[in-house]
Structure formats: C-alpha cells, structure tokens
Design a protein around this ligand. Sequence first.
Ligand code: ATP
Length: 436
Amino acid sequence: MAKPDLMERVVNLCKRRGLVFPSSEIYGGFRSTWDYGPFGVLMKRNVKEAWWRSMVQLRDDVVGLDSAILMHPRVWEASGHVQAFTDPLVDCRNCKERFRADQLPESGACPNCGAKGSFTEARQFNLMFKTFVGPVEDDASVAYLRPETAQGIFVNFLNVQTTSRKKPPFGIAQIGKAFRNEITPGNFIFRTREFEMMELEFFVPPEDAPTWFEYWCQERLRWFVDLGIPEDKLRLRPHDPDELSHYSAGTADVEFAYPWGWGELEGIANRGDFDLTQHAKFSGQDLSYFDQEADRRYVPHVIEPSAGADRAMLAFLLAAYDEEEVRGEKRTVLRLDPRLAPLTVAVLPLSRNERLNPVAAEVADMLRPRFMIDVDDAGSIGRRYRRQDEVGTPLCVTVDFDTLDDRAATVRDRDSMAQDRVPIEKLVTHLEERLS
Ligand code: ATP
C-alpha cells in the first residue's frame, strides 16, 4: 500500500467506525481538534492502561500522581516555560500566512502562495495557552493551561517522596491532558493543541543518571515492540547538541516510521537537577534528598520518558492497519494487540432469531464482566465478521442452531479466521487463554 494512502485509509476508518471524529463537526470542525468516539475512547483507555500497567503496576519503584492542570503561575517561570517555551514565527508579507521559521522549505518560497523572499524577521511565540483565574482579567490573575504534566510531578516531589517513603532511584508517573498553542498542528492526531501525555519523572542519584537514561531508552522502545509495533518501524534517535532543550543533558527520541517519514513518538530526556533546583530557588523550599545510608545530601537528577497517548494510538493504528484479499473480496483488518483493541470479544447470533437471541444474551451476560464485548445481530454473519475485523476485535463468538442442542459456540480468530467449537461452560477460560 502506498504510504500516504495508508494515512488516508486510517483516518477514514477512524471516522467511519467511530474511533475519532473532527471536534465540533456540525459547526465545521475546530482547528485540528478531535473527539474520540465509542471505539476510540476504548482504544485510548487501553493505551493509557498498558502504559500505567508497565510503568506503575508492575514496578515497585514507581508511584502514580494526578495533579491539577492549573498551577501557580510561578511554576512556569521556574520551569523556564514563560521565557523559553517558544517557537520562532515568520509571516508571509504577500499572503499574510504564518509559519514556523524552523519548518520552512529550503527553497525559501512561501508554502502557501509561493512568493519568494516574502517572510518577515522571525519572532518568538510562546506556546502556552493563557487564561484568567477568577472574575478579574488582569496581570495578577493570569494562569496557564499546563503544556506538560511534568511540572505537577516536580512540585509534588517532597509530598510524594515523604508520604510514599520512596528513596531514589524511584519515579512518579502521571497521565493527563496538556495544551500547546501549536502553530502548525496537523497529521490528524499526531500534533494537536490539546492532547494527553503519559509522563514518568524518575529521580536518581546524580552519578547514576547516564545508566538510568540508557535503561529508560531501551525500556520504552521495548514497550512499543511488546504491544505490536514491528521493530523495523521504530528507532532511537539521540538529539544533536544544538537540538537539546534548555534543561537537557541528553535526549533521545523514540521515532516511528509514519507514512510521511520518521518522526517523534516519545522523548526521553536526562534533565539533570534542573527542575528540582529551579523549583527550590523559586519556591524557597529545600528539594534535596538526604541519603541516610551514605550520609550525604544531594538534589536528585531526573530521567524523563515523555509520551503522547494520542500519538501512540496513531502509531499503533498505522502499524496494525492491513488489507488483504479473502476469496476474491477485500478484507480490512486492524491487527491490534488484544490489550489495545477496543473490543476483545464480539458475540454474534448466526441470525436474528427468537430461539438464538436468548442464548446469545446468556453468553453475552456471562462474558460482559470479564471482557469488553459487543453483541451484533444485524446483517449477514460474513459482514459482521468483517465489521469486527475492521476495528480489530481479536475473537468472535458465534451462537448458531447447533448451540441449542450441543451448548457449544464457534470461536473465530481475527487473524487466521480459524474457527473452533467450544462448550459454553468453558468459554471464559478458553477466551482468557487465547487472549493472554
Ligand atoms: P514535536 O516537536 O513532535 O511537537 P516535542 O518535542 O515538542 O514534539 P515533547 O515536548 O518531547 O514533544 O513531548 C513529549 C511527547 O508528547 C511527544 O513525543 C509526543 O508524543 C507528545 N506530544 C507533544 N506535543 C504534542 C502535540 N502537539 N500533539 C500530540 N502529542 C504531542
């Protein structure tokens, strides 16, 4: 499949099957914002759940946090965002369009109207959304929508460290919305102005930072592979020194082969002691750690794997999308890992029939507490299998007229399309085994 075509097909599938809709669509949409529909919200929750499971649940050195989106404005001064979270902007004098200076074509021509030499000098544009807290709109009431969740973690370092009694090396993980007034959003849910981040801040003794940085690079790469992205579609790209953020002592991106080329999927940064030192300075609180065993005090260094939930979902969708020909007909199938698929099991009565429906309902009631299921009795069974393939449902359970006699159902596999007959009483264990 030609690559640009792949993106178009995934976007169409998302729209057609209720994964992702343009936001405010009945008003003509709203500037690169997207809403997650019934299947989309299930899949995105699964992406976040898989991240949380691997980062928090399965580890004894990471705890979770859910901090507020609105924070004290001094936070963003301390973090450097007020001063340095900017992109250079130019305007085309001819067509008045605005572009990021670092993303202009080499030809120097305006990407919109083609005029040459028409750009203004670059100006720095801050990406934080500003708002006002309370009834008065003045300088004293300015607040920002957070552009990352990380700062909520840094300002809670002491709270979490003392209440959880964790000692470095330990981490604090958080999933939540972030907002950036991106100048050039685009490529569907790849770059938007409102998105969800999955961030870990991992606090370590200073001398161990390089080792932990390497560890998290490999670990994060492994996570994407484990959830089904082929290794040849992923790579780790260390940043050049001139690309590094103001705080970073080293950064590597996990990159994915998007249809338009390699691009960032997740960033892993060695932030040194920048954040805790800055917040100590601006808040006047001591944010160092006293290591009793070694009898020394230090400011922990921070390794930060920072991923976008929406961008990860896009990568999983692109990697899973497949079309093949089955008996002369096109079959579209999302080969998603069962942990990510919106539905895990579909229950399908062979036809809409008053004798089959009660059995299908009984099977559905039995499966519903254990799996995310759907019951579909509309249309031919072949069409219903295709509909489930399209949204990546790993297994279908079909109840037919034999079921009325033998109390068994057919389990049909999404990828191989193989069918097995399984007694209803054994369905739960059978499905659990197949899905694990
Ligand atoms: P980019 O240059 O691609 O916009 P960035 O380097 O600004 O990304 P980071 O600040 O490293 O991004 O953010 C960490 C992660 O958050 C990114 O790897 C990406 O997955 C996600 N992310 C960042 N900005 C956006 C956005 N505007 N829309 C969706 N996801 C985003």
